[in-house]
Design a protein around this ligand. Structure first.
Ligand code: PRT
Ligand code: MG
Length: 234
């Protein structure tokens, strides 16, 4: 299986967790940035408040107000890997990342309704439709391939790792597949949205073994978070 972090990195993370004073703690993997910021109110509502700000601290394992819960701060695309291999018991990851991930060996019990956006096909302003055999630049190569195949369109997928908006402007691709929130990034680069592939939000994922071996604590976190999502204002 192709994973974006090495087994060695996971082993180091496991050692870090084990050498921590709260070695029995439940570990939740989350990426810093918008997912972390939007998850904070939900976590606070269930009594989990990080003791450090990941934007100011260089710590990768954050203790929280609940001595039995630690947060692991990692790249968004690495969250499913840590959860699948059991280096974290739970994780919070965007549906875009989960769809693109090679494995599937974890539970996905809850849509947290945070970090919402759409995965869209976009092209240069003026071209109002996708060509019949398009070249598509994206970091979501698996999802894009599946989407165009489902539409009966033979697309050539060009994998990029960032700044997708540039590709149609310099003739590298006809269209891009990328996340769109306000649309201002597309607009600033002379692009327009053409089709929505799917709505995106962040999901809670759970390691399968932890659901059995740490059942009481893990299921209590899942149900408390579900309640926090359902009773959220606005
Ligand atoms: O930035 P880094 O490389 O460290 O990691 P990352 O890009 O994976 O992290 P981050 O924090 O940028 O995004 C994490 C997750 O947030 C994504 O996996 C999505 O699930 C979710 N999310 C929600 C978004 C957006 N909205 C979003 N708008 N992620 C990225 N964007 C980007 C988009 O790629 C584009 O560049 O924002 C731009 C478009 O925004 P608008 O408002 O201009 O349309
Ligand atoms: Mg980003």
């Amino acid at each position: 299986m192709l994973a974006t972090c090495t087994l060695e990195q996971i082993a180091i993370a496991k050692m870090t967790i084990k050498t921590d004073s709260t070695s029995n703690a439940i570990v939740i993997a989350v990426s810093k940035g918008r997912i972390f910021k939007q998850a904070l109110p939900l976590l606070a509502k269930i009594g989990i408040e990080p003791l450090d700000d990941p934007d100011k601290s260089r710590k990768l394992v954050l203790s929280t107000s609940d001595p039995e819960v630690n947060l692991l701060i990692i790249r968004a695309t690495d969250v499913p890997t840590y959860v699948e291999y059991g280096a974290a018991h739970l994780g919070i990851a965007g549906k875009d990342v989960l769809m693109e991930y090679d494995g599937r060996d974890f539970y996905e019990p809850l849509d947290l309704g945070i970090a919402c956006c759409r995965l869209m096909v976009a092209g240069v302003d003026g071209a109002d439709q996708i060509p019949s055999r398009p070249r598509i630049a994206t970091k979501y190569s698996r999802t894009a391939r599946d989407y165009f195949a489902s539409q009966g369109i033979q697309a050539e997928i060009i994998k990029l790792y960032g700044s997708m908006e540039l590709a149609p402007l310099v003739g590298l691709a006809d269209c891009i597949v990328d996340l769109v929130d306000t649309g201002s990034t597309l607009k600033a680069n002379g692009l327009v949205a053409l089709e929505t592939i799917c709505e995106i939000s962040s999901r809670l994922i759970v390691n399968k073994a932890a659901m059995k071996t740490r059942h009481a604590r893990v299921s209590s976190i899942v149900s408390s978070l579900r309640n926090a999502v359902e009773t959220r204002d606005g």
